[in-house]
Design a protein around this ligand. Structure first.
Ligand SMILES: *Cc1c(COP(=O)(O)O)cnc(C)c1O
Length: 398
């Protein structure tokens, strides 16, 4: 790891004095990115297999998105949602056509999309029904409603009282869900594949079972596709792998090719429950996000990137299964599209640190899951190089 010492020290000092210390940061100042590479202030290049924490699914600075944003900021930067803009309407139409024909509410982040979903399901069902079932190991964001929806105690400590009404079931356990449902339950909210929880795939029949339960008891099914959505898994949305259609779906992360943006999509018959005055987001669906969102969808289509996800996914799967067979410290490989988790019996933070020193950026979640969320624009040789470095580091650390 090479850092330009004088400059980085000055920046660290500035952060220590002026920035709230709520993030652990690597001692590296990033200055530039292109595709699956980023450069630091000492001009060291890193191969990034976790670009933008999942937001940069198209890689760093994808040129169609850059061009769309540049053109947009010359025309109009922001207008409120009391006016029509052509781009917001077109963006909503493109998302609707690629999903279940619903309507969109736009916001700026994943947690905001989930807050909107929580309000919508409570508004749409009878007043006495307010409980929402979510899952342990799930992750739905950091605002208070979404934090309460997140079934991980470590995120709840010290911030209570939590918003009431959430009940947590073990991910994958239909029987546990059935026991939690009562007359007051209005919805089930779930990530089709848990991301932050460690790339946990749903057991077969699980999502189908949730859909059946919701239909039988007039509850709404909400899929949080903030991490899984917009092509990450090789389908537009992860639910399309499982043939289970939600009533409400939330999106963010890669939605706008790296620009901040979030959305809730809902079946049209449910949408009017979010009536005027009941919910809003000042910057939601703004012209820059809309231009970037449209450019993102078009780039994925023009460059046939959903198909590319399948090819890359197969490559990662075969490399990591081979590695797991040869290396006892990998106990499981979990992959759907370009969501990749390696369960390791080793210190995950040490793996991340050693990879950084070797010029490779990866993530560790839940202490022992090495998580990769690579760009769909990754080349064959970049995929190979990344696997080589990670294999060497895991062998060494374990
Ligand atoms: C990242 C994430 C969120 C939160 O998104 P923010 O944009 O950080 O608010 C919510 N749900 C899932 C599944 C996520 O991965």
């Amino acid at each position: 790891m090479s850092i330009e010492p004088s400059k980085t020290d000055a920046i660290r000092d500035q952060f220590e004095r002026f920035v709230v210390p709520n993030y652990g940061r690597f001692p590296v100042e990033l200055v530039r990115g292109e595709g699956s590479h980023v450069w630091d202030s000492a001009n060291r290049r890193y191969l990034d297999l976790f670009p933008g924490w999942g937001c940069n699914l198209l890689g760093h600075c994808p040129s169609p998105v850059v061009a769309a944003v540049k053109a947009q900021v010359d025309e109009l930067i922001h207008v409120p949602n009391t006016w029509y803009t052509a781009s917001q309407g077109r963006w909503a139409e493109l998302l609707s056509e690629r999903s279940f024909g619903g309507q969109a509410f736009f916001c700026n982040s994943g947690t905001e999309a989930n807050e909107a979903a929580i309000k919508l399901v409570r508004l749409h069902t009878p007043r006495e029904r307010f409980k929402i079932i979510t899952f342990t190991g799930g992750f739905h964001g950091r605002t208070l409603g979404a934090t309460a929806a997140t079934g991980q105690v470590k995120y709840h400590e010290g911030i209570g009282p939590l918003m009431a009404g959430f009940r947590y079931a073990p991910f994958g356990d239909l029987e546990a869900v059935r026991k939690l449902v009562d007359d007051e339950t209005c919805a089930i909210m779930v990530e089709p594949v848990q991301g932050e929880g460690g790339i946990n795939l749903p057991p077969s029949g699980f999502l189908e079972g949730l859909r059946e339960m919701c239909d039988a008891q007039e509850m709404l099914l909400v899929f949080d596709e903030v991490q899984t959505g917009c092509g990450r898994t090789g389908e537009w949305f992860a639910y399309q792998h499982f043939g289970v259609v939600p009533d409400v779906m939330t999106l963010a992360k890669s939605l706008c090719g790296g620009i901040a943006g979030g959305a809730l999509l809902t079946k049209p018959e449910i949408a009017p429950s979010l009536r005027p005055g009941m919910h809003a987001a000042t910057f939601g669906g703004n012209p820059i996000a809309a231009a970037a969102g449209i450019a993102t969808l078009e780039m994925i289509e023009d460059q046939r990137l959903l198909e590319r996800v399948g090819v890359l996914s197969d490559y990662f799967r075969s490399r990591f299964q081979e590695l797991a067979a040869a290396c006892s410290s990998i106990s499981e490989v979990r992959i759907l599209g370009l969501m990749i988790g390696l369960q390791v019996d080793a210190d995950g933070a040490a793996v991340v640190q050693r990879c950084l020193e070797e010029g490779l950026l990866v993530n560790c979640t839940q202490e022992r899951v090495i998580r990769l969320l690579p760009a769909m624009t990754l080349s064959d040789s970049e995929a190979e190089e990344g696997c080589n470095i990670l294999a060497q580091v895991i062998r060494e650390v374990s």
